[in-house]
Design a protein around this ligand. Structure first.
Ligand SMILES: [Zn+2]
Ligand SMILES: [Zn+2]
Ligand SMILES: [Zn+2]
Length: 84
């Protein structure tokens, strides 16, 4: 099971003692949002700084929307580009 990269905690949400945002972040889980554990992409993340779910790296997919290549046109990335 993925754990918070800052403190090793297994849950999501606020209260992380080491994170710059104060929220736990599970950065190595590409199947789930690193901030809340949601399996999908898009808006509505309660803990993400941008309000959008962000998946972990590791898969060859955009961490913001799940797209499988690079380039512009990402609907959820802060830069508008897909990022892996
Ligand atoms: Zn943490
Ligand atoms: Zn989320
Ligand atoms: Zn994308």
């Amino acid at each position: 099971m993925a754990t918070c990269k800052y403190c090793g905690w297994e849950s999501y949400g606020s209260g992380c003692p080491n994170s710059p945002t104060g929220n736990h972040e599970h950065s190595d889980d590409e199947k789930h949002c690193v901030y809340c554990g949601w399996e999908n992409y898009g808006s509505g993340c309660p803990y993400s700084p941008t309000g959008n779910h962000v998946h972990g790296s590791g898969a060859k997919k955009c961490k913001h929307c799940g797209w499988e290549s690079y380039g512009s046109g990402c609907p959820y990335s802060p830069t508008g580009n897909h990022e892996m």
